[in-house]
Ligand binder design. Structure first.
Ligand code: G3I
Length: 358
């Protein structure tokens, strides 16, 4: 009788009141969120974070620009505080990111008035990685060692300053240095739109190159910045299978579903949209939120199907008010996550929870 009552109640009540993401997906994979900080987070957001998530990613404060703004001047206060508080809260930390072309200070690539030599750039990169990953040795579950090195254009690798100075070597050396500094951390290559088209093939090429050259790479992060009605479900499935077939673990590291139309695809922060429309400034139509919920549910059903290959699914932000998609590729009022700006569950949260129980 009691069981029947409980079942009826469960079916009728919003699942979000009864279930947490971390419990619901515990048999399948870890669920995480990116946040700007853990120690500076308001109490209600901290409660949401610990109730629903197992893993936390620092959205910005472990990027090279934040940690070593000038050569030899390391700023560890914010990252230390992030890790201490995460530990206190019982959250594991996904490190983001050791090597990236963006948010990386110019000094890495300069030698006085000239461009720095290949050796100098590699030496600086190794020192950065050794210092950062070494300081946090044993405390970071996974590192996004290299972020977004694959080109969106016709060439294989992005023509970044790292590539210009060192060719493919920075990739190999980054993984070797990270592994030497923290042998326990699982090391990931992380990028956007690598599930589809030419970038999927280039990713496989990159993974083979790393493996041929003895680089210790353990996983691939599919960022997962997708747009409503354009989520490439079939490509995502093919990519998870293909990356796993290379002997690697897969993570979805930066999940969100953008609901406001834009002309720019992907997640290249240097690309801006010149439009000014903000169609949902006064609120998002319910019909759009329902469609978003259905698409989130379909995604999590797919992730569940491939749970044996997936380590982690992390949302890029905790709630709609905290998403980078409010500011990129133009100022917009966006609704890409599972909670609204008042921290109320959206239809997408229920839909995702249901996908765990089906
Ligand atoms: O902290 C400064 C603040 O002092 C200053 O007043 C303000 C003025 O613009 O800028 C603040 O820094 C901003 C920072 O976010 C913190 O809010 C930067 O301008 C802004 O560029 C930065 O954007 C971040 C972006 O990466 C670039 O680092 C986003 O928050 C962050 O969500 C985004 O995350 C990236 C991943 O690392 C890699 N994959 C794509 C993803 C989305 O772009």
């Amino acid at each position: 009788m009691r069981a029947l009552f409980l079942l009826t109640w469960l079916l009728m009540a919003s699942l979000a009141d009864a279930q947490s993401l971390r419990e619901a997906f515990q048999p399948f994979f870890r669920v995480g969120a990116a946040v700007p900080s853990t120690e500076g987070l308001p109490e209600d957001e901290t409660a949401l974070l610990t109730r629903h998530f197992v893993s936390v990613t620092p959205e910005n404060l472990m990027k090279p620009e934040a940690l070593q703004p000038r050569e030899g001047t390391f700023r560890f206060e914010a990252a230390d505080a992030f890790l201490d508080r995460a530990k206190q809260l019982g959250l594991e930390v996904h490190g983001h990111t050791l090597v990236w072309h963006a948010q990386c200070p110019e000094w890495f690539f300069r030698d006085g008035a000239s461009p720095a030599s290949r050796e100098l750039v590699l030496e600086r990169m190794r020192k950065h990685i050794t210092t950062v990953a070494g300081r946090y040795r044993g405390r970071i579950a996974r590192w996004d060692v290299v972020n977004e090195a694959i080109s969106d254009g016709p060439e294989f690798l992005r023509p970044s300053k790292w590539f210009e100075a060192t060719g493919e070597d920075f990739l190999v050396e980054a993984f070797k240095s990270a592994h030497a500094a923290d042998p326990q951390a699982r090391l990931f290559y992380n990028d956007y739109q690598i599930e589809s088209g030419a970038k999927r093939g280039k990713t496989l090429r990159l993974l083979r190159l790393l493996s041929d050259r003895g680089a210790p790479v353990h996983g691939v992060g599919i960022q997962g910045h997708w747009s409503i009605d354009e989520v490439p479900f079939d490509d995502i499935e093919r990519a998870i299978i293909a990356f796993h077939a290379e002997g690697l673990r897969v993570a979805v590291t930066e999940l969100d579903i953008d609901v406001v139309p834009r002309r720019v695809a992907g997640a290249d922060i240097s690309v801006r949209d010149r439009a000014t429309e903000d169609p949902y400034a006064k609120g998002c139509p319910d019909e759009v939120l329902q469609r978003q919920a259905e698409q989130y549910a379909r995604l999590f059903t797919l992730f569940r199907k491939h749970a044996d290959k997936l380590d982690l699914v992390t949302f890029w932000g905790l709630h709609d008010g905290r998403s980078w998609l409010n500011g990129w590729p133009r100022q917009r009022t966006n609704y890409p996550l599972l909670w609204d700006r008042e921290l109320k569950p959206k239809p997408a949260l229920d839909a995702v929870l249901r996908a765990a129980l089906e």
